[in-house]
Every structure is written in C-alpha cells, then in structure tokens.
Ligand binder design. Structure first.
Ligand SMILES: O=C(O)COP(=O)(O)O
Ligand SMILES: [Mg+2]
Length: 225
C-alpha cells in the first residue's frame, strides 16, 4: 500500500450486500409482465455489477439468442424492472458476514466512508437505510449519480474529491473487475472480496492490491499498515 489510507469507498452489490434475491424477484416479475420465460439466479449473478441498463440488455439478449433488444423492448423492460425493483428492494437481500463489524472497525479508525455502487442511487440509498447501514456513510453514490459509471474512473475521482482525500490515499473495496479497473484508472488502491459477483471468474486474477476474505480482515489490514 503506497500511501497511508485516509478514506474508503465501498461497492454495494456483492461486497456489502448479497442482493441476488432482489435481482431474482425483480427480473422475473419483469419477465412475467413481458410474457417471457424466467431466468435463474446463477445466470443473473453473471450479469450484475455494470448497472441496470447492462443487466437488462444481457437478460433480454440471452433470451433472444444474443440479439440486443430494440429500443421499444428495452424501454418496456426498463419501466417494468424499475417498478418491480422498487417494490422488492431489500426484501430478499442480506448483509454478508462481518459487514456491520467491518464498517464499524473502519469508522473507529477515523476513516470517512462512501458507498459507491452502479445500482441506481435512489435504490442504493433506500437499501442502505433499510439494512441500517446508511449512518456509516458520508456519501451513497449510484450508477446514475455521475455522468459515467464504474469501470470508468469518474465516480471514484468525484467521490475522492468529496471525501477530501487524494485518490492514491483512498481505498476502493469491491467484488469485481469493474471495481478493480475503475480503481486502477483513478489511481486508487483496491482490495477485492472473493464472495460476490465477478462474472463467474475468480477475483484473484483482477490485479487487486489484495484479496481478503471479509471486511473485518480489511479493517485489520489497514490498522496494521
Ligand atoms: O450492477 C449493479 O446494479 C450494482 O453493482 P455494484 O453494486 O456491484 O456496483
Ligand atoms: Mg459489486
């Protein structure tokens, strides 16, 4: 770790919260409404992490032999999905083990924290509130907060600026190559957790500064540094 860490940004889906149950419920409600076949969780997990547009395009293309949806189909899916997700948000989600303790340990070290996800901001804020995590974060930023989303470095750079810490001293904690690529491009150090959604690939190959088992292990590593 080149510079002492002054602030931490944490991804949401696959890092803090196992949201696969919410994605499952909302996507299958959308597909039902569109009179399409259902999709299984294992398949959904491979599409999570690059935001809602990407998720919907992947699901529809999978069902249509790889053909991307036309605008009307996409717009229908988008409206149905957002409505369904808003209804289920948090109902079928659970925190990964150690998340609350890990966030408390980071906070106890005096580190300002931000949640930085590709989920729409309104859904992310409501989810954090429902799970009781909102008070840990100075900012909760989503995929629609800035002009571009991860793996673009922009949301990380903007969040660092708001946190008042230089990118080189702001740690990104995530579960996927989007987080690693965005962090690299922003000049932020990055730790990955192995239990989330990384397109079905092991996170060890994503070039992170470290892969650690859970959030408490990350807090311990920062304290020891
Ligand atoms: O793709 C999403 O909707 C959320 O993904 P993230 O929380 O891992 O950024
Ligand atoms: Mg993630």
């Amino acid at each position: 770790m080149p510079a002492p860490i002054q602030a931490v940004m944490l991804d949401c889906d696959g890092t803090l919260v196992d949201t696969l149950g919410d994605f499952d419920a909302a996507l299958n409600a959308m597909l039902r409404q569109m009179r399409r076949p259902r999709i299984e969780r294992e398949q959904i997990a491979r599409f999570v992490g690059r935001g809602t547009e990407h998720l919907l395009r992947c699901v529809l293309a999978l069902q249509d032999g790889g053909a991307m949806p036309d605008e009307a189909t996409f717009n229908q899916a988008w409206a149905a999905y957002l409505q369904a997700y808003e209804q289920v948000n948090g109902t079928h989600s659970r925190l990964y083990p150690g998340v609350r303790e890990g966030l408390a340990a980071l906070q106890a070290q005096g580190l300002p924290l931000a949640c930085l996800t590709n989920k729409p901001q309104a859904f992310a804020r409501e989810l954090m509130r429902r799970l009781g995590l909102a008070p840990f974060f100075r900012f909760i930023h989503g995929g629609d907060t800035f002009a571009r989303k991860k793996p673009d470095p922009l949301p990380l750079l903007e969040t660092c600026r708001l946190l008042g810490a230089p990118p080189a001293a702001t740690l990104m904690v995530g579960d996927s190559r989007n987080d690693a690529q965005a962090a690299r491009a922003a000049g932020c150090p990055v730790f990955l957790l192995p239990y989330g959604y990384n397109y079905g690939c092991p996170v060890e190959q994503e070039g992170a500064d470290a892969v650690l088992p859970d959030l408490p292990a990350i807090a311990k590593r920062l304290q020891a540094a």
